[in-house]
Design a protein around this ligand. Structure first.
Ligand code: MET
Ligand code: ZN
Ligand code: ZN
Length: 343
């Protein structure tokens, strides 16, 4: 992956680094700057641009490339614009400078989670448009706020809006994780987050994480918490900061047309896929809960998992390879033939 380019930087990498410099960092993300950046991209690419303010200062930006057959459901490419906080003293470079070292590694908060993916979608669409392609299905790119704090003022509200219904999403791609091996991980479901805040008056309390996925186990766990709090005595309570109870699975069966399109491209490109359940939670859960099958996929192999970590970084060659992958995935997904439910 040595990439000391004499000929200068690839414009897609330059755009990625610009996006990394926008400080959409929790708890006070500069969403205004991100939305302005995306509006400019829509303008440059000749895409429709819709802004849906789902809560005060919380805008979902939707960039749209219309398909040739409006009767078909659309392909939704989702990414969140916010990033998690940093401990600057633990970084080798300023996390919002998008520093690129001599080997081609780009350092920045959001380099893996998930500003890379947002730009990869845009650049794949740009390439396909420039080449003069048209596909039957509409492609919508949604850029959502607040995923990192649970999506309550982001995707959770957006999926309930008429503007979301109007997108008529038939299938979605969202974030996944890097994979240090030769394989690419694809996520077809998630763990259900239950964040519990235990408050104990009189003694210091402590929160615990128990993340199991079966309804029976979750019920047993809630009873256990109640039991512990009661046993601890007067004035000990707990409340859920997150409590997800609607686990859904996206089909990874070869008979499913979306999976067949997705996995078929990976096969053609000789990419090994490892289907897994996401170890944390993403906005995919909201999409799946309203009936939109979603796969979590961030095209990074041979890359250590550095989301939320110090020195989060991505090699520019891997970033560019991701654009190649989406440039193959989008035509296949946006050309999935009419489904029985659509005829
Ligand atoms: C339950 S909200 C999840 C926020 C974030 N994606 C995380 O997994 O930490
Ligand atoms: Zn993320
Ligand atoms: Zn994250």
């Amino acid at each position: 992956m040595a990439s000391k380019r004499r000929e200068g930087e690839h414009p897609s990498v330059t755009l990625f680094r610009q996006y990394l410099r926008i400080r959409t960092v929790q708890p006070e993300p500069d969403y205004g700057a991100a939305v302005a950046f995306l509006e400019e991209r829509a303008c440059q690419l000749g895409l429709g641009c819709q802004k849906v303010e789902v809560a005060a200062g919380r805008v979902v930006t939707v960039l749209t490339w219309p398909g040739t057959n409006p009767r078909l459901s659309s392909l939704l490419l989702n990414s969140h614009t916010d990033v998690v906080p940093v401990f600057k003293e633990h970084w080798s470079h300023d996390p919002f400078e998008a520093f690129k070292d001599a080997d081609g590694y780009i350092y920045g908060r959001g380099a893996q989670d998930m500003k890379c993916v947002g730009i990869q979608y845009l650049e794949a669409v740009r390439r396909l448009k420039v080449e003069g392609h048209h596909f039957p299905r509409t492609i919508h790119m949604t850029f959502v706020p607040d995923e990192e704090i649970g999506g309550h003022q982001g995707m959770e509200l957006f999926v309930k809006r008429p503007e979301f219904q109007a997108l008529r999403a038939g299938f979605a791609l969202d974030e996944g994780l890097a994979n240090p091996t030769d394989a690419f991980t694809v996520f077809y479901s998630e763990r259900s987050p239950w964040w519990v805040q235990v408050t104990s008056t009189g003694k210091p309390g402590h929160g615990s994480r128990f993340i199991e996925d079966t309804a029976a186990e979750k019920l047993a766990f809630e009873e256990q918490l109640q039991g512990w709090c009661q046993a601890a005595g007067e004035g000990v309570t707990f409340e859920f900061a997150q409590k997800w109870t609607e686990p859904r699975m996206t089909s990874t069966d070869d008979s499913d047309p979306w999976w067949a399109a997705f996995s078929g491209v990976c096969k053609d490109m000789n990419l090994t896929l490892e289907p897994e359940i996401f170890p944390a939670a993403t906005d995919s859960r909201y999409l799946r809960a309203v009936g939109v099958p979603a796969l979590g996929f961030s095209p990074m192999n041979h890359t250590p998992v550095l989301l939320h970590d110090h020195d989060e970084r991505l090699h520019e060659a891997m970033f560019l390879r991701g654009i190649d992958i989406y440039t193959r995935l989008l035509p296949a997904l946006a050309s999935v033939p009419t489904l029985p439910s659509e005829s």
